[in-house]
Every structure is written in C-alpha cells, then in structure tokens.
Design a protein around this ligand. Structure first.
Ligand SMILES: Cc1ncc(COP(=O)(O)O)c(C=O)c1O
Length: 468
C-alpha cells in the first residue's frame, strides 16, 4: 500500500489525452476566448444572447449545440463536465447541484414508474432515503441486497429491472465492492451498472476498468475537496449499448418529443452521449437541480490537486486506522487497507493505490442504547482537531455518528445489515499532519478508557478488547 511517496503513474492514471495529473489540471478547457484567461472563468450569467432568432430556434430544438440558459448548460459547468468525464474515461457528463441530485437524475433517466432497480444495502443514508421513500412514492421499486452476495444480486433481477446501483467504497463502513462480480450480473441482466464513485474518486479507481457503465459523484466531497461547494456529476462511460435491446429503452431509442423527427440515439449517438442528453434535457431541465457556475469553478479548483490530496488522505487514514486498531477502547476498525478487514482482498484487487480516507470504527458497546450514545458523545466531545461535521472528503478531518446523524432514518435492521452499530463512529481523514490527528484521537479515547475503568461493564469490555 503506497504511503507518503507518490505512486508511479500507472495505467489507471492515464486518460484519453495523457496522464491523470495533467488532465485534472487542463482537460476540458482551451484558452483562446476573447478574454484569454488561463483559468476557466466563472460565467455568472443566467442567459446567453442569441445572434438571431433562427439561432435561438435551432438551439431550442437541440439541432445545434450551444448555450441557452444556465439551468440547462453553462460554459464553466461544461469545463467541469468535460474534465470529470475525461478523468473517469467517459464519453459525456452532466454537472448537477449535489451528489443527491446526481444519483436521482442518473437513475430516473433509466427507470420509470413500474420499473425496478437493484441496489446495495450498504449506501449513504440520503441515498437510502431517496430510493426507499421518494422513488417508492413515484412507483419505482427498489430491492436492496447485500453488496457482497453476488447470488442475491442475480436473484433480485426482474424483467422490469433497469439498473444495478452500488457505491464502490461504501459510506460509512468502507466496504469495497466486488465490482467485477456485480458488473457480470448487470451484463447478464442487460442493464447498466451505476456506481457511486464518491469515496474512491477516479484517482483511486476507474470504475470503467472493472465493468461499470455509469458513474455518479457527490463532487461536494473529494473532487471539490475543501468543503466549500455542493455539486454532483453523472458520467456516461460509454460501455452500455442502449440500442442492443431498443424496446427496453424507449426514452433513448424512440422519438423524443424535444428533438424534431428523431430519437436521442439518432441525434446524439454518433458524437456525445444520448443518455447524458436525456439527463440534461429532461431531468435537469425539468426538475432544475443545476450546478451553479461559481460552484463549478470551485470544484475545478479542487480537481487540480485531486491526485496529491488523495495520496495524503489515503496515507494518513491508514496511519490513523492502524493506531485505532491498537487502542483498547476500540472494538473494531472498518478500514479495507487493514489485513483484518473482510474487504482487504477486494481493496487489493480494486484499489491498489489506496482506499481513500472515509472509514469507521466501533467502540465497545455496553448493550444499553443510552449508555452507548453517551459513550460516543463523550469521545466526540473530547476531539479538537477532528471536527463534528456531517460531511466527508474535506481538507479538514471530520467525525460523525452515522446511527444518529447521516443514517438515522434507517431502521435498526437496516443499520445492522449495513454493519452500522450504535457505537460506530465515522471518520473522514483530512490533510492535517497525521500525527496531530492520531494525538487528538488518542486523547479522546484514553479518556474513554478512564471512564470505562469506573464502569460496571469495564471487565466485559476489556475481555472483548483482548479477543480482538
Ligand atoms: C457516497 C455519497 N453519495 C452521495 C452523497 C450525496 O451527496 P451531496 O451531499 O452532495 O448531495 C453523499 C453525501 O454524503 C455520499 O456520501
């Protein structure tokens, strides 16, 4: 596992136009505009002036590419879209207002009322809310399966299934998906595999290399990287052939009312992505979750240092995980870079350059819900460097308690299926000096050991600690 030294550029870090490090700084932007800015400008304009009414008519009819109105397209957003598409190895991308919007529009473009999605049980809590609550309201059924159970993925597929969905590294337990196995199920089912690659980022994993068809990101997290700007992106990796079974995908293969005399495949099939055209011209256009030019600019700034940040995030997180594993107040550490992790083999296969910096650990549970909550609260209250914030992928180290925060809408059974216990603590390790992060956690946990020694359950806790 690479730590402080940058890994040599490998094939996973190549893009269409060259190395990953160059693409993250330059892709998608060509200088030569009237202003000649070296850095992509913030095009803070709602609308764009047409040279003539004929031009406006052609643009509205999607006969011609160009800017109409920033809800649908914006030049700063376009640079961000092109850059992420290049880093993921895709053929097109749609920038949207948040990761939540990216998941929603990516799936809405595939499944409508009466159709079905198979999703992993181990997902960010907001995505679970979207799939089990809002999608249910809209008549889109979702079956949740254990992401490690390939037979369960296979068994859940129905004739009405239109997508498989999972996170490549799950939030908060950091299970590493066996992407190849799930991609094989998607191929047999004839539906696209949609991967939320937020935690891995294209630097640590190009999901396309392992059979994904569509990638979504909460760009709010590592892509932006500084905790300043919400954003999301949907990328078509260009691997799924919607024309192989055209009856299944009428939204792409049959006459599209917004294109004169044709389908999206006919209009965008040769150059571009009919799927991304659908996401933009229908779902972003109609529902309105557009990425602002200012946020796209901020996200582009973040992207320029993605590889450098991911190297530091990853190395520091592994250092912190190793420390936690050695601390008696900690029952278990869910970090796929550790030999003890059930997902270590998947991490080696799918994330050879590191496993990102979002992971979790469990304190020894007392079995009493109130006492467990107080225990977690006690630890978190002692932290000074690591901040209590509902976010991940920030330059700052952040802590959260999934059971009472990000995943609080899930039932006890759902939490258990996602391996989240009342004493699970999520960390997102930032870019500070890792020694300061370890010292901070050490101070907080040593305090717990003192509390535990006064506690009636101390003996049992120590016995448990000994068994790990
Ligand atoms: C894996 C993952 N996907 C999607 C989202 C939603 O992203 P956003 O907060 O940008 O809407 C999150 C948010 O935490 C996340 O962790």
């Amino acid at each position: 596992m690479p730590e402080a030294t940058p890994p040599a550029a490998g094939p996973s870090r190549q893009t269409r136009s060259g190395s990953f490090a160059t693409a993250q700084v330059q892709a998608g932007y060509v200088t030569g505009l009237a202003e000649n800015t070296a850095v992509p400008s913030i095009h803070q304009s709602n609308g764009f002036e047409f040279s003539s009414l004929s031009e406006a008519r052609d643009l509205f009819a999607l006969r011609k590419d160009g800017n109409i109105y920033s809800r649908a397209a914006n030049p700063t957003v376009l640079v961000f879209e092109r850059r992420v598409a290049e880093l993921e190895g895709g053929i097109g991308a749609a920038g949207v207002a948040s990761g939540q919007a990216a998941v929603a529009v990516a799936l809405l473009a595939l499944a409508k009322q009466g159709e079905h999605i198979v999703a992993a049980r181990q997902l960010y809590g907001g995505t679970v809310d979207l799939l089990q609550d809002t999608f249910a309201d809209w008549g889109i059924e979702v079956t949740f399966v254990d992401q490690d159970d390939t037979a369960a993925w296979e068994a859940a597929v129905r004739p009405t299934t239109r997508a498989l969905f999972a996170e490549s590294i799950s939030n908060p337990i950091a299970q590493v998906l066996d992407l190849g196995a799930v991609a094989a199920v998607a191929r047999r089912a004839g539906v696209p595999l949609v991967i939320d690659n937020t935690v891995a980022t294209p630097y640590l994993q190009r999901a396309k290399d392992f059979g994904a068809d569509i990638v979504v990101h909460s760009a709010t997290k590592f892509l932006g990287g500084h905790g300043t700007s919400l954003g999301g992106v949907v990328v078509d990796l260009g691997t799924f052939d919607f024309t192989a079974d055209p009856g299944r995908w009428p939204q792409l293969t049959q006459t599209y009312p917004r294109v004169p005399d044709g389908s999206l495949v006919e209009r965008f099939g040769e150059a571009g992505s009919p799927y991304i055209a659908l996401v933009k011209t229908k779902y972003v256009h109609d529902l309105g979750p557009s990425l602002s030019a200012f946020n796209a600019f901020q996200l582009l700034q973040g992207l320029e240092t993605l590889d450098l940040r991911m190297q530091r995030h990853t190395a520091s997180a592994l250092t912190v995980a190793r420390f936690l594993e050695s601390h008696p107040a900690v029952a278990r550490v869910h970090h796929p870079g550790l030999d003890s992790s059930p997902w270590h083999a998947n991490a080696q296969a799918y994330l050879p350059d590191g496993t990102s910096s979002v992971f979790a650990f469990d304190l020894h549970a007392t079995g009493d819900a109130d006492a467990d909550f107080r225990l977690v609260e006690e630890v978190i209250s002692r932290l000074r460097v690591v901040r209590l914030v509902a976010n991940i992928g920030d330059a700052r180290s952040l802590v959260a308690h999934p059971a009472s925060m990000t995943h609080s809408h899930m039932s006890p059974a759902q939490l258990a299926e996602a391996y989240i216990t009342p004493t699970t603590v999520r960390l997102s390790i930032g870019l500070e000096d890792p020694r300061d992060i370890v010292d901070d956690l050490c101070r907080a946990l040593d305090g717990v050991s003192d509390v535990a020694s006064d506690d009636a359950g101390a003996e049992r806790q120590l016995a448990e600690a000994g068994s790990h």
